[in-house]
Design a protein around this ligand. Sequence first.
Ligand SMILES: [Zn+2]
Ligand SMILES: [Zn+2]
Length: 195
Amino acid sequence: MSVPHSDIYCTQCDYHGRTNILNGGYWYYHEGVFCHLDKQYGWCQNCNGLVPMELLHDLNDQLDDALDEIAEKVSRLVAGKVRFNFTEASRSETESTLGTIHAIKLKYQIHSKRKGQERCLRCGSHNVTPAEEFNTLRKRIDEVGQTATGYRHPGCGGEFVLVPSAMRLRISYRPKCYTFDGEFIDDVLPNPRYD
Ligand SMILES: [Zn+2]
Ligand SMILES: [Zn+2]
């Protein structure tokens, strides 16, 4: 996959980072269930750099969408049952609906139990703080062109500046999985059914 990105420079020192650190799929895996892991830009004291960090928040806004998704799947399932008398298709739809329910439940459990205990997704440290100026730019960070971000380099005081990179990185992002507690698991890959 070829993705545009910007380089991040500091006005006071030779710090260099890239905006593409949030790219790729991140998942939680717990007792056989996968769910999406929401991430944000953060500053990790341990990594001494800008890192992807967990974003744990109040999920009320997302609850409506999630319930709509389930309702739609169940409606299709019911319609299928009537038409096909519970065929293979409706069986797999049932499994997929159950998968969605389990994933939503897991996400709610993680966010409600661990809010305030966000970790660095690179080293696992709790010593990480959201980089709000970067998170505000988040969706359009690679479209803003060369710009000062207003973000002060912790411990240095220089300002981070974005410079669009002419180089397009060719990277295939391997999905990353984490435990309920936000610890990296190396050998588990998400089941694409729940993507
Ligand atoms: Zn600096
Ligand atoms: Zn770290």
